[in-house]
Design a protein around this ligand. Structure first.
Ligand SMILES: Nc1nc2c(ncn2[C@@H]2O[C@H](COP(=O)(O)OP(=O)(O)O)[C@@H](O)[C@H]2O)c(=O)[nH]1
Ligand SMILES: [Mg+2]
Length: 386
């Protein structure tokens, strides 16, 4: 870090910045850790669809993961922050015992081994139209719980309609869920059933339902160490992403004010850049922007810093001097306060760029970052930051 600070101001060209951003992005993804979910349910219950709805990127449709043990596959997101265990291709009815044996192996192995493959939560799906909940399913769920894994029961494909501004859950699904809940299975919330609809259907007029509640329950069972990874992986709760990113910005702001303790000449504002690059890399990781776009991302990341000193100086001159008492504190130097304010402004402007990017369809994110759009959006947001 100290080394970079000495070297960088002399070499603030786009390539060097892109390289630095890339390294920081790598580190940021690594430091997120990993969230691992196991998902079960009969074929057709909607496992792949639910995964796609909650974890922004089309993970489940990219195919089956690696077979790790009998009856189980493991899929690891390329960025490392998400792992999925599933039993795709195995029938729960006939392979239930094999799956349990496999699960037992994974649990005992990961409890003694590295944390990053440990199962943090289990979703068990029951399709609402099944209307039958078999004894075999009950004992399967109880057996998973007995392994010490937190299980969340999910009712999938629940028809939910919007009527006169209110949501109407199909009464048959409600009754079915009530029945399952009456069994008081040893799962999260004493056998509580989470009703979901992962796919809106305009023909039948149904809407997405219950995903946030399911996600909240999942946060409740997941250890703190895996929660940041879950925040990066999920695409439903933008509030949690924003809060986590804001915490990163706050930390970087404190570092920046430390760097500025000895006031830096405006022309050397680039001294702040390594810290700011690490910050925007971490914000990017929290937004879970995928690695296939890392190149485009690093170009965008470097584009916003190219000529860092010049633009930081201009930013300070046009935005900050005015807001400081009489310009006495800062004349031609950046104080700790200004360094912090500048860093904070950059952090939140980039946060908004990421927020906008994840609202775009997957296919448009690439062009957003590889064109000048991201940079322009960044500058637009920066102008509106105070
Ligand atoms: N309307 C609706 N259809 C769904 C939902 N989930 C899955 N489906 C449909 O049910 C079928 C099976 O879903 P899939 O996710 O492949 O099930 P899996 O075998 O458990 O992975 C597909 O045709 C999906 O489009 C849902 O929440 N609502
Ligand atoms: Mg599937």
């Amino acid at each position: 870090m100290a080394n970079e600070q000495e070297r960088l101001p002399l070499n603030l060209d786009a390539t060097a910045l892109a390289g630095l951003f890339n390294d920081e992005l790598q580190k940021a993804f690594e430091s997120l850790g990993s969230f691992n979910l196991a998902i079960f349910g009969k074929t057709g219950s909607g496992k792949s669809t639910l995964l796609n709805a909650i974890f922004a990127q089309a993970i489940a449709s990219t195919g089956i993961g690696m077979p790790v043990t009998k009856g189980m596959n493991y899929y690891r997101h390329p960025n490392g922050y998400l792992g999925i265990y599933d039993s795709e291709g195995f029938e729960m009815g006939t392979s239930g015992d094999a799956i349990l044996t496999g699960l037992d192996r994974i649990v005992s192995k990961s409890n003694s081994g590295p944390m990053d493959q440990r199962i943090h939560a289990v979703w068990y799906l029951i399709r609402s139209s099944d209307r039958r909940f078999e004894v075999a399913q009950q004992s399967f769920i109880s057996a998973i719980a007995a392994l010490g894994l937190p299980v969340i029961i999910v009712m999938s494909q629940v028809p939910v309609k919007q009527r006169d501004g209110a949501l109407e859950v199909h009464p048959d699904a409600v009754a079915f869920a009530k029945y399952i809940e009456s069994l008081k299975l040893p799962t999260f919330g004493d056998g509580k059933v989470f009703l979901t609809n992962a796919l809106p259907d305009s023909f039948n007029d149904t809407v997405i339902y219950g995903l946030q509640e399911l996600l909240n329950a999942t946060y409740d069972v997941v250890p703190l160490a895996a929660q940041t990874a879950l925040t990066a992986a999920q695409g439903v709760d933008t509030r949690r992403k924003k809060d986590a990113a804001a915490a990163v910005i706050k930390q970087a702001t404190v570092v920046a004010s430390g760097i500025g303790t000895v006031p830096i000449p405006v022309a050397d504002a680039a001294l702040l850049v390594p810290n700011q690059i690490a910050m925007i890399a971490r914000v990017t990781a929290i937004y879970g922007l995928p690695s296939s776009r890392a190149r485009a991302l690093s170009m965008a990341g470097s584009a916003i810093f190219t000529g860092g000193a010049t633009y930081a100086g201009r930013y300070v001159a046009t935005h900050l001097l005015r807001y400081l008492p009489g310009g006495i504190v800062v004349g031609s130097v950046i104080s700790g306060t200004v360094a912090a304010t500048l860093t904070r402004a950059i952090g939140f402007a980039w946060l908004k760029v990421c927020e906008y990017a994840i609202s775009l369809p997957d296919t448009e994110q690439e062009s957003f970052f590889s064109s000048s759009q991201a940079k322009e959006a960044f500058h637009g947001y920066l102008k509106s930051e105070k």
